[in-house]
Each structure stands twice: as C-alpha cells, then as structure tokens.
Design a binder for this molecule. Structure first.
Ligand code: UDP
Ligand code: MG
Length: 168
C-alpha cells in the first residue's frame, strides 16, 4: 500500500472542549507522521471553499457558522497534515462516522460529538475522505513551505519583488 497524505481539522468544538491533546494522542496510535500543523482563524471564504461540495445543502449556512467558530465563540481551528500508509482510512477510522449518533462510541466523533437542535452534526474533527479530496484540501489550507514533504507540484511565483513557492 502506498503512502498518502490527509488533512485533519480539529473543529471549533474540539478546541472549545480542550480536546486537542486527546485527539492528537488518538491519532498517534496510527503511527502516521505529522508533516504540517497550523492554528487557523477560519474566515467565511475559506469555510465556503472547504465545504463547497455541500453548498446546496439546507444546513450549509449553519455549517459555515460552525467551522468559522460562530457557534462556539472560538475562532480557531487546528489544521494538520498526516502522512503514511493508508493515512486516509486510518484517520477516518479514528474519526468515526459523520453522524455522531451513528459513530462508533470509541471513535472521536462517537465519544465527543453531538447533534445540535438545528440538526447540524457537531462532530469535533474533519478528515479527508479520498486522495483527490485530500489534495484539494491540503492545497487550500497550507502553502508548500508549511509542509515538510514535497507532496504536490509547485511553481515559483513573484509578488512584490519576493519569490515564493506556490501550488501549481
Ligand atoms: N454535516 C451535517 N449534516 C449532514 C452532513 C454533513 O451537519 O447531513 C456536516 C458535518 O459537520 C460534517 C460536514 O458537514 O462533518 C461535512 O460533511 P461530509 O459529508 O463531508 O462528512 P465528513 O466527510 O465530515 O464525514
Ligand atoms: Mg467530507
């Protein structure tokens, strides 16, 4: 099986509930490597791009409020890139099913998620679900120089006289 990268986001409820250490410990069971990590203040634009596949769903406005932190008074998330064999399925396994009520109770979502009265699944973490999705998401959340491995093709770009690497 080949190595792959996946994006994990500890969502605002995870930070609000001080679950960061616990989640990182759970993910370390996979023996995958962390190759990028950022604390991010998520704006509306990033939220809409990240969840663009769900833009026609009735819960989309609430989902944008959730990931931007407006539901928790907590405008931070933690974004991580994990790398290694079968990274995507290993991380999804620990995350658990999307619906926290259906998630295995020992998974992160099963243990700490809940369904809001609005119907939104408040499920503590995000995890990429396919290699294509992981690539799109990692490129959205990270610059090439914020990841220690060269995962995808890059190009040199110049802005304001400064040359820097960008995703191609
Ligand atoms: N979501 C929701 N209700 C749904 C489907 C999704 O509230 O019926 C939310 C939930 O927070 C989920 C996110 O939208 O994590 C992204 O949905 P997706 O289908 O991509 O699930 P995931 O990949 O996160 O398991
Ligand atoms: Mg998804």
């Amino acid at each position: 099986m080949k190595n792959e990268a996946t994006l994990v986001i500890i969502k605002p409820d995870g930070l609000k509930k001080s679950l960061t250490g616990n989640i990182l410990s759970r993910l370390s069971e996979t023996k995958l490597k962390i190759i990028g990590a950022r604390v991010v203040k998520v704006d509306e634009e990033l939220a809409r791009k990240h969840y663009s596949h769900l833009q026609d769903k009735p819960f989309f406005p609430e989902l944008v409020k959730y990931i931007t932190g407006q539901l928790h008074g907590e405008n931070r998330v933690m974004a991580l890139v994990y790398w290694g064999r079968e990274a995507i399925s290993k991380v999804r396994q620990i995350a658990g099913a999307t619906n926290p009520e259906e998630a295995d109770p020992v998974s992160v979502r099963g243990a700490y998620g809940r369904i809001l009265t609005s119907g939104l699944y408040e499920n503590v973490i995000h995890a990429s679900s396919s290699p294509d999705e992981a690539e799109r998401e990692i490129k959205l959340w990270f610059e090439p120089d914020e990841i220690v491995y060269d995962l995808y093709r890059t190009e040199e770009k110049e802005s304001g006289g400064i040359r820097k690497r960008a995703w191609k």
